[in-house]
Design a protein. Structure first.
Length: 563
């Protein structure tokens, strides 16, 4: 079920509930060469949780890594047979048979993604298609982040890391470094010093900090893009044609390998020379550019026409707020860097499974991961309408107003398997007194004026001393709980609670306890008790039949079958 039930009628006999069900097709994942393993795993994780099998088509240059991992997954036996299938090669025709029950995702260049998105089968079948394209991500140095501040140092460290990690071949890598005009020289010098410590060579050689690009084809393509950029934005650090490598004894060869030096370009007129915002050199390359006020910095970041991620190094909350409100529409994720979070930050280039990964415009307009959001992408949403009883039967979650059943035996004396959705227990009645309210105030320490001082109520919503909401809830628990030892192992918590009408001294309250939902749990080991979680709807009403409080409580209940 998704979200809360929706009432559609005055009498409560007609309602709706959104449901999510697994699509009946397959998830087709077409992945880029720079993410042969992570790209596969972060995608299949959500489609498997959603109940869909996957067909993975990795890029050819690095497919041997994907194949090795898929072999290990299959050998482990952790997935049902057929849940994960691998296609290695060009993948011609892979989209010719997809239907509206399938989902297609693509990670790679925006140009290739656009061609796939326009595939006749994708269009004619309205196949859900998610595109995550490489983007010209930016890092912005805040005006307050002067040399010597933690934020300045973090900025330099982050730019260097994003240039050199995986040799800059990441869709989230920083391509544009946007800094205050008066700090352009300071940043250029500091970044140059940091990059000078980056030793390049064979990954297994001692002291190497950066390896090669994925292949010589990628290296030549990178040099071509840098030469285009360098026509108007000169190279101020690095050498396209010469690089010193370590690990020659292991086979590292600057002439034969795909090694390249980190490259820093400088664009002194970023609003005039727009190539920096349009051409991507997919490797250890960044372009420095100045801004004169925060509005300009925001404009420059947004000139990327949609990015996966942007970073802002600042310790000024006002700067952060102004920038985020101006840049959020153009970015899938924004990281605000400062000294407070530096030790625990995962950094600019690290997508996290709990957060959405994607971005608007050039970044593809798609979203991946994001916890439950990612799972929902592989499910069909349906708005289910009907009576409360019918929706209760379909969803196996009690809906208010549905038919109930009541047995002579207290539900707390029934095992998990025996309890029925809609099973109800009605308690005895209790008339609330002023002594009750005073006693609860004394025990809880809650001496809010409305509970203890009848002379202070002028101008309030109350006509007299009112019972604490938590007294009403506590009293309700005392009324519905069966004190005898039984299958209920413990109180697991409280999901929802609302106090809907004041309870004054003299009000008589009664409680109904209804089985709302049952969630079975797997045994952790042979010694564990077989059990499940039961969600109960607690409804407290007064003598007029008006609801004064409603809550959902959870208990852990033992199963009768301990096998």
């Amino acid at each position: 079920m998704e979200g809360e039930p929706v009432g559609l009628s005055k009498g409560g006999t007609f309602m709706a509930q959104h449901l999510l069900v697994p699509r009946e097709g397959v998830a087709v994942h077409i992945n880029a060469y720079n993410f042969p393993i992570w790209g596969m795993l972060e995608k299949i994780a959500v489609n498997l949780l959603a109940g869909m099998p996957a067909v993975v088509k990795p890029a050819v240059p690095s497919a041997y890594l994907t194949e090795a991992v898929v072999r290990e997954i299959i050998a482990s036996g952790i997935l049902p047979e057929g849940a994960l299938q691998l296609v290695v090669g060009s993948g011609q025709g892979i989209l010719d048979h997809v239907t509206y029950q399938d989902v297609v995702t693509f990670t790679g260049s925006a140009a290739t993604g656009a061609r796939l998105r326009a595939h006749p089968r994708i269009i004619s079948e309205a196949v859900p298609f998610t595109l995550e394209a490489d983007s010209l991500n930016a890092a912005v140095l805040g005006p307050d982040a002067q040399p010597g501040t933690p934020e300045f140092d973090l900025f330099i460290k982050e730019v260097r890391k994003e240039m050199t990690a995986k040799c800059g071949q990441k869709c989230t890598a920083i391509r544009r470094a946007i800094v205050p005009a008066e700090l352009l020289e300071d940043v250029q010098i500091a970044l140059g010093k940091a990059l000078a410590q980056t030793t390049i060579g064979h990954p297994q050689a001692e002291g190497v900090r950066m390896g090669a690009l994925a292949g010589r084809e990628q290296a030549e393509r990178l040099r071509e893009q840098v030469r285009k950029l360098a026509k108007n934005t000169p190279i101020v650090y690095g050498d396209l044609d010469n690089v010193e490598v370590l690990g020659k004894e292991r086979g590292a060869d600057a002439a034969k390998g795909a090694f390249i030096s980190p490259i820093v370009l400088r664009n002194d007129h970023p609003f005039r020379h727009l190539d920096s915002h349009e051409l991507e050199a997919f490797g250890p390359v960044v372009t420095l550019m100045p801004y004169h006020n925060l509005g300009e910095a925001t404009q420059l970041a947004n000139l990327g026409k949609g990015s996966l991620v942007c970073s802002l190094a600042t310790n000024d909350p006002r700067t952060a707020q102004e920038f985020v409100l101006g840049a959020a529409t153009h970015h899938g994720r924004i990281l605000v860097l400062n000294g407070e979070m530096a030790r625990e930050s995962t950094g600019h280039g690290s997508p996290l499974p709990q957060l959405v990964h994607g971005g608007p415009g050039r970044a593809g307009g798609g979203q991946e991961m994001g916890g439950i959001r990612g799972v929902e992408h592989f499910m069909q949403r349906v708005a289910l309408q009907g009576s409360p009883s019918m929706l209760t039967a379909i969803t196996e979650v009690y809906q208010t107003g549905a038919k109930t059943v009541e047995y002579d035996k207290h539900p707390f004396q029934r095992y998990f398997e025996e309890l029925e959705i809609g099973e109800t227990y009605t308690t005895h009645k209790h008339t609330v007194t002023e002594a009750d309210i005073s006693a609860f105030a004394g025990i809880s320490g809650d001496n809010f004026y409305a509970h203890v001082d009848a002379t202070s109520l002028e101008g309030t919503l109350f006509t007299g001393r009112v019972a604490h909401g938590y007294y009403v809830l506590s009293k309700a628990a005392g009324m519905f709980v069966d004190p005898r030892k039984g299958p209920v192992l413990l109180n697991y918590g409280l999901d929802e609670c609302r106090f809907t009408k004041p309870v004054y001294p003299g009000t008589t309250i009664g409680v109904t306890l209804t089985v709302k939902e049952k969630i079975g749990q797997e045994k952790r080991d042979e010694t564990d008790i077989a059990k499940g979680i039961v969600r109960w709807l607690v409804t407290v009403k007064d003598e007029n039949g008006d609801t004064v409080a409603v809550a959902t409580i959870l208990t852990m209940v033992k199963k009768k079958n301990q096998g």
